[in-house]
Design a binder for this molecule. Structure first.
Ligand code: UD1
Length: 430
């Protein structure tokens, strides 16, 4: 199993190209199930989760053609993938596949809308909470589907003639359930109004792609989305939006190690709340042509309290990284997690590097220390593992991160991007 060895202490200087967003690429790829034409996606990141979903979609009958990766001057790659699902080969998503990646559960939306039926295993995914699927069941039932759980699977069946548009308000904001409702309602008969919809940029990206495919959607990015169903969707070409979580992660790394880095190919407006928190912590962050410039001062980090919330609040996917940054602050800060009930697994690993963190319910109290010391640590989930990398970059001596397959699910060429900026990071394959 691969490990990552980091020798901390170097400031980061240079350019880090930001990849396409994993959390946008996954639903966009799944949207290819909605049409018999070709959906072409540009800027698709090369990540274990994307490759996993390619296999899953192949199982449903999607033909996939990957255009070679092209390297650009700033070190970024671009990858274009064509997805064509002439006919759906299988409306079952089996446990072996869905348990590896929670997002693959989302195929339930397009399969039900296009084929009138789907049998999808209940998901697995990151171990960061119970993550139920009640909102998906309620939402699709509102569109007329019969939903039944049997042997670890959800059997979903549309009424004769297809799903029927309806008014449905989510009792809780869910990104995944909003994606699924958007896809399902696009092919339903009549108008659907989704209340309390997720407002994340990835939802807007999916809506824009569906609109390019012929869907009639308005209000994406607000809490109320209206979808007028159409009988069929066509192919389209769409560019995956930049990864705001990767952007925020590297910005926090620079804030922590010090240095001057331009994050290229990204957009500051995708993560206003996180940028504001990084600025309050003392780093200078500004929009520059084609990206964001971050100047960090390393030793003068100020304590900042954050609370995770659905967009536009502080993203839960940057919580672990921000806690990493706060371990070196000049004072006490508090990090409160409101989205997932078990997302503090990085706390005990950060403590191995010398961090002083105490937990009380959903809030972590972090007493900044003047220095961290490298140690062997273990990655526990995707975002937690990158917080250990960031902390390792700022720690004295060697940090060895094991179980890095978590990182490979969501961070493209992490070692290469950091090494180019002066960090000492290497992958060790045993
Ligand atoms: C997506 C992101 C993930 C991010 C999360 C929150 C992808 C691939 N993943 O996950 O990185 O951390 O949004 O921003 O895009 N919930 C229910 N019932 C349901 C569905 C969800 O109670 O049927 C709860 C969840 O347990 C959680 C909350 O709603 O407490 C938000 O989860 P949700 O927004 O659905 O997260 P995902 O879409 O799975």
């Amino acid at each position: 199993m691969d490990r990552i060895r980091i020798v901390g202490g170097n400031a980061l200087n240079g350019i880090i190209p930001i990849s396409g967003a994993k959390n946008a690429a996954l639903p966009l790829m799944i949207a290819s199930l909605l049409t018999s034409d070709t959906l072409t996606l540009e800027n698709v990141p090369h990540l274990a989760d994307v490759e996993g979903l390619i296999r899953i979609l192949g199982n449903h009958g999607v033909d996939i053609a990957v255009n070679g990766r092209r390297e650009h001057q700033d070190g970024s790659y671009s990858r274009t993938i064509h997805f064509t699902c002439r006919t759906v080969a299988d409306t079952t998503a089996p446990y072996e596949l869905v348990s590896k990646m929670r997002a693959s559960f989302w195929v339930i939306g397009p399969l039900l809308a296009r084929e009138g039926q789907a049998r999808v295993s209940l998901p697995g995914g990151c171990a960061i909470g119970t993550r139920p699927v009640d909102l998906f069941i309620e939402g699709l039932a509102a569109l007329g589907a019969e939903m039944e759980i049997d042997g670890g699977y959800i059997n979903a069946k549309a009424p004769k003639g297809g799903l029927i548009g309806a008014r449905y308000t989510f009792p809780k904001v869910s990104v995944g359930a909003t994606h699924v409702m958007l896809m399902a309602a696009s092919l339903a008969r009549g108008t659907t109004v989704i209340g309390n919809a997720a407002r994340e940029p990835e939802v807007v990206d999916l809506a824009n792609c569906l609109i390019a495919m012929g869907a009639k959607i308005s209000g994406a990015g607000t809490s109320t989305i209206t979808i007028e169903g159409v009988p069929s969707l066509s192919g389209a070409r769409h560019r995956v939006l930049p990864d705001r979580i990767e952007t925020g992660t590297y910005a926090m790394a620079v804030a922590m190690t010090g240095g001057d880095v331009t994050l290229s190919g990204t957009d500051i407006t995708l993560l206003d709340t996180a940028i504001e928190a990084i600025r309050r912590a003392g780093a200078e962050v500004s929009a520059v042509d084609g990206g964001i410039r971050v100047i960090g001062h390393g030793d003068q980090i100020r304590p900042v309290d954050i609370v995770t919330e659905p967009f536009p609040g502080f993203p839960t996917d940057l919580q672990a990284q921000f806690m990493g940054l706060m371990t070196r602050a000049n004072g006490v800060s508090h990090v409160t997690e409101t989205i997932f009930e078990n997302r503090f697994m990085h706390v005990q690993e950060l403590a191995r590097l010398g961090a002083k963190i105490t937990l009380s319910g959903q809030t972590a109290r972090i007493e900044g220390v003047s220095r961290l010391r490298g140690a062997p640590v273990m990655a526990t989930d995707l975002r937690a593992s990158v917080s250990l990398v960031i902390a390792g970059l700022a720690a004295e001596g060697e940090t060895m991160v094991s179980r890095v397959y978590h990182l490979d699910r969501g961070f493209e060429r992490l070692e290469e991007k950091l090494t180019r900026c002066g960090a000492i990071v290497e992958r060790i394959s045993d």
